[in-house]
Design a protein around this ligand. Sequence first.
Ligand SMILES: Cc1cc2nc3c(=O)[nH]c(=O)nc-3n(C[C@H](O)[C@H](O)[C@H](O)COP(=O)(O)OP(=O)(O)OC[C@H]3O[C@@H](n4cnc5c(N)ncnc54)[C@H](O)[C@@H]3O)c2cc1C
Ligand code: SF4
Length: 451
Amino acid sequence: MGNPHGFLKIKRSKTDYRPACERVKDFAPVAAPRAEGVTREQTSRCMDCGTPFCHWGCPLGNFIPEWNDLTANLHWERALDLLQATNNLPEVTGRVCPALCEFACVLGINDDPVTIRENELAIVEYGFAHGLIKPQPPAVRTGKKVAVVGSGPAGLACAAQLNRAGHLVTVYEKADKIGGLMRYGIPEFKLEKSVLDRRQALWTAEGVVFKCGVNIGVDRTVAELQREHDAVVLAGGSRVPRDLKVPGRELAGIHFALEYLTQPNPLDARGKKVVVIGGGDTGADCVGTAHRQGAACVVQIELLPEPPRERPAGQPWPKYPFIFKTSTSHEEGGERRWSITTKEFKGQKEKVNSLVCARVDSSLKEVPGTDLTIEADLVLLALGFLHPEPINGLMVELDQRGNFKTDQNYMTSVKGIFAAGDMRRGQSLIVWALDEGRRAAAAVNRYLAVT
Ligand SMILES: Cc1cc2nc3c(=O)[nH]c(=O)nc-3n(C[C@H](O)[C@H](O)[C@H](O)COP(=O)(O)OP(=O)(O)OC[C@H]3O[C@@H](n4cnc5c(N)ncnc54)[C@H](O)[C@@H]3O)c2cc1C
Ligand code: SF4
């Protein structure tokens, strides 16, 4: 442990965000970089407890106490090696992971938890800044070929792992650039896209081939991929959005959140009254983007009741609790309303101008006589995603939720075709997608060893 008294003497430092009034004028990152001295102090708060629950809380099983200790003692390079041993994109999780680990930190039982996510980011950015992160192509090639469909975190982690194992990996991506929702979803002010380009350059130098602008099922068939490769991994994400089929839905000015968040797009909130339906993180990204575009007013409404501020009894430490969260976008303005259902969209000349809403009780039933009208010229539906889009010509078994079903080895009902990420587990988080990609890669590696 960096300092046996660290957790007693040093308080958790707050993330240094740029002032809200300043950052809302641009799309540059909201967080300011952290000084090395602060990282050293903060890593020394880690108690190196006998049973590190943070390690259990992180889906990747990151070696958190170990890299905290190494960083506190200024062994940055060794900390970096350990960090990269379990995480293919620490520069992404270090920026936007909800830090499941911190809710499981033992120090968090009676004090503020260690700043694990920020420590992770500091270590990997130190590595980039000091030229410690270099391409590591495999020493030996196996001659086996793998096609990975989709370049979100699941596909990328899978490709990186299989390439390191010596297989020849080609990533097929239908969008113009790699990254999936990390690029075409999460706004620039939370995750700058240059971070993805920097990592792609490393993977390219290691031998991964990226083919963007290729829609599998349209431009190429899965059958063709099967003929040309020894295994195929599908990591196409979960992209069918949940709709809100109430009267007036056909009016102009009502869009799914991703249509709005995917940049560039023709939608502009400047001067508009914006209503975001859905109180989750995607909704928060819409709020932040609308403020940056100069919206006149932004209201975010949610059907569920306002979550508690403290852990509910049924979600004790070290579980990840569903509690009230204020994102940086919420700090920048707008209004949040809970327990609100949308009954109808109203408009003039076929364009939306308001929502007819009502309050709901704790069982989500409408409370009679509570109708209210919210004015809106732009409505964004951030209600989550139902299941993956189908791939033309591919007949694989789906699970009850419509996700691609696999066995415990990530293989679909078709031999040699694997699935990972949101496409397999449903809409989730980057850290889970990375874990899926890595596990699928290990399964493919085992499969290739016997075929
Ligand atoms: C707005 C938004 C904000 C989010 N913010 C966060 C956050 O802050 N932190 C967090 O942890 N998680 C966040 N998430 C969730 C996270 O982004 C996803 O869970 C994660 O990206 C899923 O990874 P994936 O690789 O499974 O799929 P995706 O990221 O969806 O990538 C799938 C890729 O496959 C491609 N593809 C699909 N079909 C084909 C085909 N037929 N041929 C070729 N290519 C294809 C797609 O174009 C896409 O690039 C957010 C999600 C959204 C929508
Ligand atoms: S990836 Fe997320 S859960 Fe894992 S250590 Fe980093 S911040 Fe914590």
